[in-house]
Design a protein around this ligand. Structure first.
Ligand SMILES: Cc1cc2nc3c(=O)[nH]c(=O)nc-3n(C[C@H](O)[C@H](O)[C@H](O)COP(=O)(O)OP(=O)(O)OC[C@H]3O[C@@H](n4cnc5c(N)ncnc54)[C@H](O)[C@@H]3O)c2cc1C
Length: 401
C-alpha cells in the first residue's frame, strides 16, 4: 500500500476548532480517526486561539440561523461531557444606520425566525443600557437574548480531549505535504513533511488559512480563500465603571454594521478591559506574516469614543492579539467534497471568513456526515458548495461574455 503508518477510516488534517470538532464527531461514531496538525496543538498561528468568540443568532443571511441555534445546543452537550464550561450566556445588541442593508436583513431575520427582540431608537438605546451605548440619530439598535461568548482555545482543547476519549489518534508537529489517491485500494494516502504516510478511507481537510496552499499543491484546484491577518484589541474601561461592562450582568455582545463592521464582547478574560475590534484584515501569506496591525485605528478609536461616550480609554489598546481569517468572496464557508480525482474521498471545510467559530459543533457534524455518509443531513449546503465560485466568476465577467 506504500504507507509507513497505520490505516484509518478518517484522516483529518488541521487541528483548529473545525478539525477538532470533526474528530470528536467521527471518533464518537466509532470511526478510526487520525488528526494531523503541523504545529503544536493549541498554537497561536492560526484562527482558533484566544480568549473569546462571539456567538449570536442574528445574521443578515438566513441560512446561518438554524446552524447557530443547533450549535447552542451542541456546545452545551459537549460541555456536559467534558465537565467544564466554554460557552457563557449573554444578550446581543446589533446597531446600524436605518438604511444599512445588512442591518435591515438582521431585523428581517429576527422577524422571520420569531426571535423576541426590541428595535430601539437612539434615545431608547441610551435608556435601555443606562448610557453605556450611544448611537447616532439616524441609526437603530436591535436587542435580543441570543448572544454569548465562547472561549476558543479552551473549546478547541475540549473537542481534542473528547475526540481522544472516543479513541481518536492526535499527532502534532506533522505537516501534511501531500494527499494522493490510492489507485490500488481506493481511499487516500496522506504524506507528512517528515516522510510518514498514512492510509485513510476518507480525508477531511480543515487547514484554515493554509487551505488554498494545500489544496492547490495536492489537486491543482484553486479555491478563492484568502488568508487575512487581523487583530483583536482590548481597551481599558475607566476606573469605577468596570463592573457595568462585565459578562453575567446585562451588558451584551455587540456588533455595529456599516462600511466598517465593529464588534466586541463584555469583559470576561481580562478584568477591567473590553474587547472591541474590526471585522476584516489585510491579505497575508500564512507562512510569512507581517505581524502588523493594519487595522484602521482612527476609525475604531472614533467609534469607541462615540459609542461609549468617553468611558472607555481610547488612547491605546492595552492588549493586542494577532489572528488569521480565511476569507471568501461572499464570506460564506466552503464545505464540500474536493471532487476532481478525489471524488468524495476528500472533504474540505474552510473559508470561515471570521465568523465560523460559533458554528463549529454543527460544522464538525456536517464534515463528519460528508466523510462517513457521503451527504450532510439537515443543513442547506448550497451556500457552501465549491461550485458556487464558478457562478461568481461568470457574474464578474458580466452579461454577454
Ligand atoms: C480575531 C478573530 C476573531 C474572530 N471572531 C469570531 C467570532 O466572534 N465569532 C465566530 O463565530 N468566529 C470568529 N472568528 C472566526 C473563527 O475563529 C474561525 O472561523 C475558526 O477559528 C476557523 O477555524 P479553523 O479550524 O478553520 O482554522 P485554524 O484554527 O487556523 O485551524 C487550521 C489548522 O490547520 C493546521 N494546518 C494548516 N496546514 C496544515 C498542514 N499542511 N498540515 C497539518 N496541519 C495544517 C494549522 O496549523 C491550524 O492549526 C474569529 C477569527 C479571528 C481570527
Amino acid at each position: 500500500m506504500g504507507v509507513s503508518g497505520e490505516c484509518f477510516d478518517v484522516i483529518i488534517i488541521g487541528a483548529g476548532i473545525m478539525g477538532s470538532s470533526t474528530a470528536y464527531q467521527t471518533a464518537k461514531r466509532g470511526l478510526k480517526t487520525l488528526v494531523l496538525e503541523q504545529f503544536d496543538f493549541l498554537h497561536h498561528r492560526g484562527s482558533s486561539h484566544g480568549e473569546t468568540r462571539t456567538i449570536r443568532a442574528t445574521y443578515p443571511q438566513d441560512y446561518y440561523f438554524p446552524m447557530v441555534m443547533e450549535s447552542y445546543k451542541l456546545w452545551r452537550q459537549a460541555e456536559a461531557q467534558i465537565g467544564y464550561k466554554v460557552y457563557y450566556e449573554a444578550h446581543h445588541f446589533d446597531m446600524g444606520h436605518v438604511d444599512d442593508p445588512d442591518f435591515r436583513a438582521v431585523i428581517a431575520s429576527c422577524r422571520k425566525h420569531s426571535v423576541p427582540h426590541q428595535i430601539l431608537r437612539p434615545d431608547q438605546v441610551a435608556q435601555k443600557f443606562s448610557g453605556r451605548f450611544f448611537i447616532p440619530h439616524n441609526w437603530l439598535g436591535v436587542s435580543h437574548a441570543l448572544g454569548g461568548v465562547i472561549k476558543p482555545t479552551k473549546a478547541t482543547a475540549m473537542y481534542q480531549a473528547l475526540a481522544q476519549k472516543y479513541g481518536a489518534v492526535l499527532r502534532d508537529n506533522r505537516e501534511v505535504v501531500d494527499i494522493k489517491r490510492d489507485n490500488q485500494n481506493g481511499g487516500v494516502i496522506v504524506v507528512t513533511a517528515g516522510g510518514e504516510s498514512f492510509w485513510g478511507k476518507k480525508c477531511v481537510v480543515t487547514v484554515g488559512a493554509w487551505m488554498n496552499k494545500l489544496v492547490k499543491a495536492v489537486s491543482g484546484i484553486e479555491l478563492p480563500i484568502q488568508p487575512l491577518e487581523t487583530h483583536v484589541f482590548y481597551w481599558r474601561i475607566k476606573e469605577g465603571h468596570e463592573e457595568k461592562y462585565a459578562i453575567g450582568g446585562d451588558f451584551p455582545t455587540f456588533a455595529s454594521y456599516g462600511e466598517t463592521y465593529i464588534y466586541g464582547t463584555p469583559t470576561l478574560e481580562y478584568p477591567g478591559l473590553i474587547k472591541v475590534a474590526v471585522h476584516g484584515g489585510n491579505p497575508c501569506d500564512p507562512d510569512n506574516r507581517p505581524w502588523g496591525s493594519g487595522t484602521k485605528m482612527d476609525v475604531l478609536k472614533k467609534w469607541i469614543a462615540r459609542t461609549f461616550s468617553g468611558v472607555v480609554d481610547t488612547s491605546d489598546p492595552v492588549v493586542k492579539q494577532a489572528c488569521m481569517y480565511s476569507w471568501t468572496p461572499t464570506e460564506d464557508f466552503v464545505i464540500d467534497f474536493l471532487g476532481g480525482r478525489f471524488g468524495k474521498d476528500v472533504v474540505v471545510g474552510g473559508g470561515f471568513s471570521g465568523h465560523g467559530f460559533k458554528m463549529a459543533p454543527v460544522i464538525g457534524q456536517v464534515l463528519a456526515d460528508l466523510a462517513a455518509e457521503g451527504e450532510a443531513k439537515g443543513v442547506d449546503m448550497s451556500p457552501f458548495r465549491i461550485g458556487r465560485f464558478v457562478q461568481i466568476c461568470r457574474l464578474k465577467e458580466g452579461p454577454g461574455k
